[in-house]
Design a protein around this ligand. Structure first.
Ligand SMILES: Nc1ncnc2c1ncn2[C@@H]1O[C@H](COP(=O)(O)OP(=O)(O)O)[C@@H](O)[C@H]1O
Ligand SMILES: [Mg+2]
Length: 365
């Protein structure tokens, strides 16, 4: 198994720059997510790591070795394709053993490896069944089996669950993660689904328009987004932005929202101009004593919590509160922000200002 390092990797298709200079590291044994909206360059990045696409510039290292000149077949990695990409006319055993047989491995060794893989995947009982009669879950397991049987350095998966319905998708996501934990194999997984990335990943790279906006652990990215794009893309409802004109100085601990002083984590940089105060829906509380007020325009009941939409002088925001806190449409409500959890953004560039709370996790590409 192996660490994978991407250093200043760029990809142009003719005049179109699909991946901007990107740098990040997948540590040995990690379940690593490439996350971003459709067209942001996830597949292109994965294909460059795999050797299916040549970078325009930059270096890629697998297990410490520069692999730029190596073809996919020489990189010792395996792609797990979408679940139905199996040989339908072969049974399970032959599907799994195919990559070994085609590289000329001895029969006894093949049988041993297939038995090991079948045990890991818990599919010993279906080895002689035809693919055609299998459930979706078993087919996915066989597809994984065919990838892991070669014992490659790393696994690459490009939206492997994309075609599944929600319930089955969740089940297979859990199973892929559990399988990873049994094998400990470095895995790079592409998805556009932020929930899937948060639930499954050890680390996440968030991409947008070919740019690595941030990479880090799911909680780092959720708590301390490096950019407004990341803040909006992760979390549901997404982070609120209160847009204001103002300033924050080095060592500053407050911002003035149209005269309302709001305490924020101590700033490590200064900025004046268009700013945005970023606050997650669960970090806002109702407080009758607060002078910062807004009008309730909608209440969405979700069981234990509710989402209350409130019109403020800085725009519409969404607040997640316990359902027993009654809020009526048209009511004026006082609001408090959880000071420890606020992020101040430079609104012109979208970049988070560095503060004592987020320094250390603002890893940008
Ligand atoms: N072979 C290609 N030739 C030209 N443009 C491409 C090619 N492959 C991908 N692109 C473009 O590069 C961008 C990134 O594509 P892709 O990596 O597939 O995005 P994602 O997987 O995030 O949806 C898209 O705008 C896509 O149209
Ligand atoms: Mg893609």
């Amino acid at each position: 198994m192996a660490q994978i390092r991407i250093h200043n990797v760029r990809k142009d298709f003719g005049a179109f720059n699909a991946v901007k200079s990107s740098t990040f590291t997948v540590e040995d044994g990690e379940f690593f997510m490439l996350l971003g909206p459709s067209g942001c360059g996830k597949t292109t990045t994965l294909r460059m790591m795999a050797g299916l696409e040549l970078p325009t510039s930059g270096e890629i290292y697998i297990g410490g070795e520069e692999v730029g000149m190596k073809r996919a077949s020489e990189r010792d990695i395996a792609f797990v394709f979408q679940m139905f990409a199996l040989y339908p006319h072969m049974n399970v055993r032959r599907n799994i053993s195919y990559p070994l047989v085609s590289q000329g491995m001895r029969k006894a060794e093949v049988a041993k490896r297939v038995a090991e893989v079948a045990k890991i995947l818990r599919i010993e009982n279906i080895l002689d069944k035809p693919i055609g009669g299998l459930s979706g879950g078993d087919r996915q397991r066989v597809a994984v089996g065919r990838a892991i049987v070669r014992n490659p350095k790393a696994f690459f998966m490009d939206e492997p669950l994309g075609a599944l319905d929600a319930e089955f998708r969740e089940h297979m996501a859990q199973e892929l993660r559990a399988l990873h934990d049994r094998m400990g194999a470095t895995t790079v997984y592409v998805t556009h689904d932020q929930l899937e990335a948060m639930q499954m990943g050890d680390k996440i790279v968030v991409m947008n328009h070919g740019v690595v906006e941030q990479f880090g652990k799911p909680q780092e990215i959720y708590d301390w987004p490096a950019t407004k794009f990341v803040a909006k893309f992760i979390g549901s409802p997404p982070m609120n932005f209160l847009e204001f004109d103002g300033s924050v100085g080095t060592g500053g601990t407050h911002v003035s929202l149209a005269g309302h002083m709001v305490r924020v984590p101590m700033s490590r940089e200064e900025h004046a101009g268009k700013l945005a105060l970023g606050v997650r829906p669960e970090h806002i509380r109702f407080n009758d004593d607060s002078a910062y007020r807004g009008r309730v325009i909608a209440v969405e009941y979700l069981g234990t919590t509710q989402i209350v939409t409130i019109d403020t002088q800085h725009g519409e925001i969404k607040v997640r509160t316990p359902s027993h806190q009654v809020a009526h449409v048209e009511e004026l409500i006082g609001l408090d922000f959880d000071s420890r959890s606020l992020t101040v953004f430079n609104s012109a560039t979208g970049a988070a200002l560095v503060s004592e709370a987020n320094e250390g996790v603002l890893r940008r590409g």
